[in-house]
Design a protein around this ligand. Sequence first.
Ligand code: PHE
Length: 360
Amino acid sequence: MDGLDSLKSKYLESIASAADESALEDLRLAAVGKKGEVSLKMRELGKMTPEERQVAGPALNALKNEINSALAAKKEALGDAALDERLRTEWIDVSLTGRPRRQGTIHPVSQVTEEVIAIFADLGYSVAEGPQIESDYYNFDALNLAPEHPARQEHDTFYMHREEGDNRPPHVLRTHTSPVQIRYMEKHGVPCRIIAPGRVYRADYDQTHTPMFHQYEGLCIDKDVSMANLKWTLEEFCRAFFQVDGIELRFRASHFPFTEPSAEVDIRCSWKGGQLKLGEGDDWMEILGSGMVHPKVLQAAGVDPDQWQGFAFGMGIDRIAMLKYGMPDLRAFFDSDLRWLRHYGFSALDMPTMHGGICG
Ligand code: PHE
């Protein structure tokens, strides 16, 4: 058959010099595609005599195979070249030593908040949030603190400015995270298990009080939740948080309008030699307020108190941070003094988790 040699050299040369995969594909179609030159030649076999066909057939097949394998080889070579190019441009030296710049640190309040969340997540609690500028209703009324209730005075509330003649109740900077109880149950109903960390505000300032501080609220509502569950939960938390096995808690009868019964909770500690130790000694330090959620609070949130019950508690985040990490003055937390931040701050890589450790 005529012209096979020239076909062969034409295609093998073009394949060898194809610049990329799409040029290669064009060549494949032109040679061995359905209407390619080699395929068209194959069709001529039918018109030949058997003797002619015996020579031309194998020759054509050989040509087709040769072109196909040249195509495959070139395709692989092009792929390798593309990969080499990527490896060259995306190269990084992973053996370079790290350059710790340590320009910033995680504030102890953020770190402790993450620790609290990790521990309660492990107990099946999710995180809820509410606004810091709160209505009088959510901060007080819905929590069974009527306008003339004496406990309102204890909150040293910051009131938002109101225009002259505006007689609507003023908004406040929330004095505690308890309003999140109402907001959460209104929106998501019960049963529920949440913690609500965040900023709260009271007009107070000394070594252990700042006008802005951090609390987290705990709320657990179900059909048969009791004070015993509350105590277990708080002990479990304290053991994990303070990393002390012998933690001991004491419930002291107290009063909050939104819980009944109410208890303040103290933790056993010693101050021997000016050093605070938890889980030993004869001193007790208050760390939180708690109780069984008052039926009126459940009602205010649209929950039937004949069917549902549960506990709530509020804990100072800054306060437990001071206890755990030995920081003596709360005011320093919010001074933005770089030396303090570098000393007490945490590395951004120290994410607290239950399996990796939460002791910072
Ligand atoms: N809200 C209370 C406080 O700030 C704490 C608390 C929360 C008490 C929930 C009981 C139940 O002092």
